[in-house]
Ligand binder design. Sequence first.
Ligand SMILES: *[C@@H]1O[C@H](CO)[C@@H](O)[C@H](O)[C@H]1NC(C)=O
Ligand SMILES: *[C@@H]1O[C@H](CO)[C@@H](O)[C@H](O)[C@H]1NC(C)=O
Length: 280
Amino acid sequence: MMRTSRLGRIITTQSSLSYLPIAVVLLFSMMVLFMLFAARSNISPPHVHKPAFELNDEKRGELWTELLSWEPRAFIYHNFLSKEECEHLIKLAAPHLQKSQVVDPRTGKNTFSRFRTSSGMFLRRGQDKIIRTIEERIADVTFIPVEHGEDLQVLHYEVGQKYEPHYDYFTGKFKTEHIGQRIATLLMYLSDVEEGGETVFPSAIFNSSSLPYYNGLSSCAKKGLSVKPKRGDALFFWSLKRNGTKDPTSLHGGCPVIKGSKWSATKWMRVHKFELGNPL
Ligand SMILES: *[C@@H]1O[C@H](CO)[C@@H](O)[C@H](O)[C@H]1NC(C)=O
Ligand SMILES: *[C@@H]1O[C@H](CO)[C@@H](O)[C@H](O)[C@H]1NC(C)=O
């Protein structure tokens, strides 16, 4: 028997009815399968970690890693920060800059020194959303958890200002015994510098002389392995060797700025978790 439905389609009443139970069974089993599948992914969610490609975004350009040296163990993360992130950190820091201090190895206290003539300030770890994003990115690329990071130090160097070569690990007994050693440093360049202001590793086994940018380096920077500041790039190096002993090749300094000015942000990382608000 055939008839025309209200929708104008021709349907066969007889066969429609006989297929109905099969269709219901099929639909039901599909639903069961779907629910099983959904339940399974609920029971064991895959461990989600940001894949490397998510570290890239249009504003920042491609993040890529360059091996700089094995002695010290040093790497450059190109395009680590976007222009906007650099400007944000400078804007937060600029009104609060104070003359920089150094750590007295005998007492563990901060003091002024001719050794270090920049000015700077600390932005609290996790202070705002942009800083938290940057700190998570640091943990992603260095494999050192956010909680091991100290507050973020923003530094400003004007013409003639520098930081003589020094170690980031504590040399005195005080800090190493009471709080724990620094393991590594990430130094982010927030500005380009027209001339000078390079980060130099005077004790590196490798020599800058073979680098393509050697001729553009200041005389200070030619005394070792050097990195030219480039806005958004980050220099990462380890202060300790893999067996936990101090690495003297991690000696580094900031060459005097010759032309322009230099902004940088430093994240020091500890062997242990670093308690926020700890004055040491
Ligand atoms: C580095 O290279 C320069 C120029 O080629 C050379 O004068 C200097 O002695 C080298 N330094 C070391 C430690 O090899
Ligand atoms: C640690 O490793 C360095 C080589 O990377 C080695 O020279 C040194 O003797 C080691 N120290 C200890 C205490 O194992």
